[in-house]
Design a protein around this ligand. Structure first.
Ligand SMILES: *Cc1c(COP(=O)(O)O)cnc(C)c1O
Length: 426
């Protein structure tokens, strides 16, 4: 039995399913999850000493790679001054100032500890600000695991949502309306019918939790104009896309100013930190200024803030994002070429430093299209890549991430591995 297998058996004794977040269990792809001992730059090493080129990067945060010396130094210095105070610190102001300078839509921002907390708080704020209860989300978008957001579409057109998890009250789910991504006609029809009851539309501005899916320009425009016209707020959930698709995030690429934005992942540089912010008149409704309650014992934690500041500093340097985007494009182009060369239904797409791999003839545009891709072939491709030392997300429905320390050689080695893996699964 490998050390990974031994650890997985041992883990299951006292941890449900052996993991602290479900996708880590390899349930979708099968096999034994890798237990990691160490990460350095673009690489991770598992318990059996096997090295992998890492395209998960802790699900997005590690945009400067594992154990970047500048991030480590900042974290160690902050930790030595105190792990937590539960009182304000100057570094929180620096991070808030920096975020507001990077994103024109942010006039005020509040720090929290996870993406789930950020979206949950943004929704409460939107409801408190508008005095309305209903929210709109899109099929296949993931916004963390708050009750209001663990909701799937009901049957039939324009019905109210159903819980997608046990334990979510039907009454809570009923206030979440779920529509297909990129469907402008249904979005217009929904606002026509219920526009005066909708507090907010929340969206992944490039979807990254159903593999990578781009929004159409019309869809982006419809969300902005319909929410504006009907007095609802537009929430860009940039927990994944924030400082991942570009320094000015998805909203910069779209040329859209959302009312509220949620951030996480990259913003914490690998530490538990997230944020939500936006219009000053909306943020002023938040306690202690206003009636919408929100709080956190470890919010704005100084060690996490130090990691976030150091990471943002590194990716703000001139040329960094251009190089990152180029390398990610190199990877996606190479994968597309392999699909054509080997004549398999296999393609890729990328935005900034995130990418999607699809076992399909062409890049999908909706959840329905993504779920129609060949999952069984993806699973075999995933395991072939793993055996060849490339760690991809263990699911056909997740995006991949490139860091500033993935070199051209790493991309080249990955494409070589993909050629051999695709031959095996053909
Ligand atoms: C990861 C993610 C979340 C949840 O963040 P956690 O830190 O895991 O709670 C929310 N929204 C999006 C778009 C995400 O990718």
């Amino acid at each position: 039995m490998s050390k990974n297998q031994q650890l997985f058996e041992r883990a299951q004794r006292h941890i449900p399913g052996g993991v602290n977040s479900p996708v880590r269990a390899f349930g979708s792809v099968g096999g034994t999850p890798r237990f990691f001992e160490r990460g350095q730059g673009a690489y991770v090493w598992d318990a059996d000493g096997q090295r992998y080129i890492d395209y998960v990067g802790s699900w997005g945060p590690l945009i400067v790679g594992h154990a970047h010396p500048d991030v480590l130094e900042a974290v160690q210095a902050a930790a030595a001054r105190g792990l937590s105070f539960g009182a304000p610190t100057e570094a929180e102001i620096e991070l808030a100032d920096r975020l507001c300078a990077l994103l024109p839509s942010l006039q005020q921002v509040r720090l929290v500890s996870s993406g789930t907390e950020a979206t949950m708080s943004a929704l409460r704020l939107a409801r408190g600000f508008t005095g309305r209860d209903k929210i709109v989300k899109f099929e296949g978008c993931y916004h963390g695991h708050a009750d209001s957001l663990l909701v799937k579409a009901g049957s039939g057109l324009l019905t109210f949502g159903n819980p997608s998890s046990a334990g979510v009250p039907a009454a809570v789910a009923a206030d979440t309306l779920v529509l297909p991504y990129n469907d402008v006609v249904q979005l217009e029809a929904l606002f026509e019918r219920l526009g005066d009851q909708i507090a907010a539309v929340i969206v992944e501005p490039f979807a990254g939790n159903m593999n990578l899916i781009r929004p159409s320009a019309e869809f982006v425009q419809a969300m902005r104009s319909l929410t504006e016209r009907h007095g609802a707020l537009l929430i860009y959930d940039e927990v994944m896309t924030g400082f991942r698709v570009g320094l000015d995030c998805a909203q910069g690429l779209h040329g859209v100013v959302p009312d509220l934005t949620t951030l996480g992942k990259v913003v914490g540089g690998g530490m538990p930190l997230a944020a939500f912010g936006g219009r000053a008149d909306v943020m002023a409704r938040l306690a202690p200024l206003g009636p919408v309650y929100q709080a956190g014992t470890l919010s704005g934690n100084p060690v996490a803030v130090a990691a976030g500041l150091a990471t943002l500093e590194l990716i703000s340097a001139p040329g960094v994002f251009a190089t990152l985007t180029e390398r990610t494009t190199l990877l996606a182009d190479g994968l597309n070429r392999l699909g054509r060369e080997l004549d398999v239904p296999f393609c890729a797409d990328s935005v900034g430093a995130m990418f999607g791999i699809y076992c399909a003839e062409r890049v999908p545009t909706s959840y329905a299209e993504v779920t129609a891709s060949n999952r069984e072939r993806f699973n075999r491709f995933f395991h072939a890549m793993l055996d060849l030392g490339v760690y991809l997300a263990p699911s056909a429905f997740e995006a991949g991430f490139v860091s500033t320390v993935h070199s051209d050689d790493d991309i080249e080695a990955t494409l070589e591995a993909a050629r051999s893996a695709l031959r095996q699964v053909k």
